[in-house]
Design a binder for this molecule. Structure first.
Ligand SMILES: [Zn+2]
Length: 128
């Protein structure tokens, strides 16, 4: 059962009448953007074919390069200013930033990517 008491009432509305951010919030919790109950992903980035609760067909939605674009945009803006600030005063050996910063960017990308995909799935599902 959802913790949000308004979710069943909102979910009963047609998808284009529901508030976008309510749907996006459900998807960002990796739940079906329609009902907020069923899972959005069956694995890391593999979405379910359809919601197990409301049968919304989520597997046919192809986000393509959108989530990668958003992830690169966010990771770049989160990494470069931090990198410049840290490297300005750093006294560590040259090999350390060459190892640390790519690992930092990779980890941040892997964390942000499922959230970016959930957001794109919500947008594309609303436009169907
Ligand atoms: Zn659902």
């Amino acid at each position: 059962m959802s913790e949000d008491k308004s979710t069943p009432e909102i979910a009963a509305l047609p998808k284009d009448k529901q508030p976008f951010w309510s749907q996006a919030k459900r998807a960002l919790h990796f739940r079906c953007p329609n009902c907020g109950e069923g899972k959005l992903y069956q694995r890391y980035l593999r979405q379910v074919d359809e919601c197990s609760v409301c049968a919304t067909p989520l597997g046919k939605i192809r986000a393509d390069d959108g989530p990668a674009w958003l992830t690169i945009l966010l990771v770049g803006h989160l990494t470069v200013p931090l990198l410049l600030e840290v490297e300005r005063n750093a006294t560590w050996p040259m090999w350390m930033p060459m190892v640390i910063w790519p690992l930092y960017a990779l980890a941040l990308s892997l964390i942000i990517l499922p959230f970016a995909k959930a957001l794109f799935i919500t947008i594309l599902w609303r436009k169907q």
